[in-house]
Write a protein that binds this ligand. Sequence first.
Ligand code: CP
Length: 307
Amino acid sequence: MRHLLAIDDLERSDVEELMELTDSFLEVSGREIAKVPALRGRTVVSLFYEDSTRTRISFETAAKRLSADTMTFGVSGSSAAKGESLRDTVRTIEAMGIDAVVVRHASAGAPQRVAGWIDAGVVNAGDGRHEHPTQALLDCYTLRRRLGPSLEGLRVAIVGDVANSRVARSDVKALRLLGAQITLVAPPTLLPSSLRGWPAEVAHDLDSVLSDVDVVILLRLQRERQSEALFPSLREYSLRYGMTADRARRLGPDALVMHPGPMNRGVEIDAEVADGARSTITEQVGNGVAVRMAVLYRMLASGGTDV
Ligand code: CP
């Protein structure tokens, strides 16, 4: 695995292998000294042109737990703020001697462009409305930890701002690859203009699907990517598509509620549900470190390196 730019880069067997590798790294993360020498001498750069809490810290923690050296790039305080291009920036950083770049960018396709300019491996950490592959891998891993290794036939509803969500795109592909059945639940204004190529059913009424799903993945309203009013008000959105405590009570007894974060509490999810027994939100974040260790290890470890 030279790069990880999109879930389409992976076969089902690759995802399953990454999940098994993640089991090993979750064990490492639970040790008193949560560190292995697998990537000693390698350098991983976080290149974040867009804000992030979870993904950036998670990748940096993952690289450190693998004993890689890490560098962090943020637009503020860098020469990008003076107008330096993305191409010049990545080529400058590569000249310092690096092995992998973790790229987040507001433009869809930016990580792919970066992969074409440099020899180092590139991981997409979220590009515009396109993809967020490691979020999808950690969502799949969290479900496997909770429900067992097979997701075949699992009924998953992905609710909310599908049109603007890179998480939705990656989740649909990864979950389908593992055999889950997906229903997108959103008002027509928050669905992509064409659903060709989306292997998913569509529903507009959240209440009508609640009793028929095993997992509900709530999406953040991506207000920074919405250029017009796509629903009457936040209150109206929450009334129709929010996971309220009342809706959570109407889910099946073992149904799970997921959210990639950051959450708009009281809009797409009520605090009582986010912090309740069905919620996997904190586990998703914790599992994300081990998933990203597995991805970096697959990209950078030379053959035969012990975990
Ligand atoms: N889920 C996610 O990508 O969160 P951050 O924007 O905090 O990285």
